[in-house]
Design a protein around this ligand. Structure first.
Ligand code: G4P
Length: 528
């Protein structure tokens, strides 16, 4: 591999921001882009988000948004690094794609609202990152307002998410009297200047003074703030987890940063530290062993397929994570699933490297998880898991004469990964049960079946909230999945691969099933 390609790969940093809606992801992304000079005006990302949510008519939104690479990845340069921030759709458009995007990231930034701590959507996304073993960086946002006690927040990370943490900085004043942070490694106080109103500018004044330098610190902090800080730091040094790079890179320990995205406090120090610690493009497992990013050949896998909602443009966009080598516009590659040579045509980028994401116009070639490569070797990247749907409905064609088109349509959509398809054993193929991660997907499904396949459907929403794949705790266990003891509100179905799945209405029913079926294992994420 030539030196230029090698350098390009090693300066890539590809990550996703995971958070609960309203924690400040848009604001944070915008500040990061400002540092990279990728946008010049605070408010641009925000404006796009506003346009995105202004109307509840999703079809309209999709039309406006069109198919664009920029909505899936934002790339910018900073300090010699080339940074890719992967977009993880939240709010109404939370879907399997949100989860799948995490399979293309080398690290995650977990953004929490300091007043709210760990919230529902954070838990779901964290679980996926944890399973992948990628490093997770925690940014506790909105410290300019009253926040939870920082020790309680650290405790929550451990109790709710089960991850140990190591604070990089520590907040001073968390009752709505935010003064700034103390950076533990450099023994620096970064003061928060409440007067600065320019959100594009940094608000940091830095003062170097060890925690025992009472005289210097009391010049800038009140007695109360100084005493609290001193006690906190002593406690952290004594009882907290020390910084351990190996554990961070293994995803076992999360470095924690306190700050405020909207006031741009602590964002740049975070970015700098993140770039210092976060790994470059990682090696990927395949059916034939591990593929390193600096292999001589190009390889990548499809992690997301975005259908065009405009019926006049049937083309889809497939998003691919480059795992090794370099991509050049119009290059010819082998499509592993079909064994065919294909040309990666019409991408918006001319050149991309391992670690990058490319968007490809796709006339229907790709499926989620597909591998392409220029290597003469045959291999497939490890499958992208199936994530747990949360909304379920029974669907059937309104007009039974349209059954054939209906089946073709739902099969196609399920192949794309837009919906999960289940059958009830013993019941004909006329009705199916659909599972989706985000409820908006149902509307997409209806719209696409109508416009692309000419089928109107009847949809009855079901009360199930959880899908769990059945397996045995121990291979030798004698369990007949078709005869499980379940509560009356739970139901056994089969997924596309005829794997048994139980749909549950509550967590309680899941526990009940586990108690009453010895040796049964129920998985929320299914590895194909
Ligand atoms: P999201 O993408 O995670 O959903 O969050 P977003 O950035 O849109 O932020 C959600 C709200 O939180 C916004 O307020 C935003 O201004 C605010 N916010 C973000 N970071 C901070 C912070 O560090 N401190 C404080 N105090 N607020 C923060 P909004 O009222 O919903 O919108 P807007 O009126 O500000 O546009």
């Amino acid at each position: 591999m030539d030196e230029k390609t090698q350098n390009e790969i090693s300066r890539r940093r590809t990550f996703a921001i995971i958070s609960h809606p309203d924690a400040g992801k848009t604001t944070m992304t915008e500040k990061l882009l400002l540092y990279g000079g990728a946008i010049h005006m605070a408010g641009s990302v925000k404006a796009r988000k506003a346009a995105h949510h202004a109307t509840s008519d999703w079809m309209e939104i999709e039309k406006q948004r069109g198919i664009s690479v920029t909505s899936s990845v934002m790339q910018f340069n900073y300090d010699g690094y080339c940074i890719n921030i992967l977009d993880t759709p939240g709010h109404q458009d939370f879907s399997e794609d949100t989860y799948r995007t995490l399979c293309a990231a080398d690290a995650a930034v977990m953004l929490l609202d300091g007043a709210k701590g760990v919230e529902a959507q954070t838990i779901k996304l964290f679980t996926v990152c944890r399973k992948r073993g990628i490093p997770i960086f925690t940014f506790i946002n909105k410290m300019d307002r009253a926040a939870k006690n920082p020790f309680d927040l650290i405790d929550e990370l451990e109790k709710v998410l089960g991850i140990r943490s190591t604070p990089i900085n520590w907040p001073i004043g968390t009752d709505g009297d935010f003064q700034g942070v103390y950076v533990r490694e450099t023994e620096e106080v970064l003061l928060f200047d409440n007067e600065t109103k320019d959100h594009g500018a940094s608000m940091v004044k830095s003062i170097s003074a060890g925690i025992n330098d009472e005289e210097a610190l009391k010049k800038i902090l009140s007695d109360h703030h100084y005493e609290t800080l001193k006690n906190d730091i002593e406690l952290l040094d004594m009882a907290g987890d020390p910084f351990d790079l190996d554990k961070i890179l293994a995803g076992e320990l999360t470095p924690v940063f306190f700050g405020s995205a909207i006031t741009n406090f602590g964002v740049e120090p975070f970015l700098k530290k993140f770039l210092e610690i976060a790994p470059g493009p990682q090696a990927h497992e395949t059916s034939e062993g591990v593929i390193a990013p600096d292999e001589d050949f190009f390889s990548g896998f499809v992690f997301k397929i975005q259908a065009n909602m405009d019926p006049n443009h049937r083309d889809r966009m497939s998003f691919m994570r480059i795992c090794s080598g370099k991509f050049e516009k119009g290059m010819s590659v082998k499509h592993m699933r079909t064994g065919k040579k294909i040309t990666l045509a019409q991408p918006q980028q001319f050149m991309a490297y391992a670690g990058d994401i490319i968007g490809l116009f796709d006339p229907g070639i790709f499926r989620i998880g597909d591998t392409v490569t220029t290597s003469s070797k045959n291999f497939n990247f490890a499958n992208i898991p199936v994530f747990p749907p949360e909304h379920f409905a029974r669907v059937q064609p309104k007009d039974s004469m349209k059954r054939k088109q209906f089946l073709k349509g739902i099969e196609q959509l399920s192949e794309e990964g837009a919906v999960q398809l289940y059958k009830q054993p013993g019941i004909g193929t006329e009705t199916y049960i659909m599972g989706v991660v985000g409820v908006l997907q149902f509307e997409v499904l209806e719209h696409r079946l109508k416009t692309e396949y000419g089928v109107d459907i009847l949809r009855n929403n079901l009360n199930y909230r959880f899908a769990r794949w059945c397996s045995k705790q121990d291979e030798s266990a004698d369990i007949d999945f078709s005869k499980l003891t379940l509560t009356s509100t739970s139901m056994l179905v089969l997924d596309r691969d005829e794997m048994p799945v139980v749909l549950f209405e509550s967590e309680w029913a899941i526990s009940w099933a586990l108690e009453h079926n010895e040796g049964l294992k129920l998985d929320d994420i299914h590895e194909r």
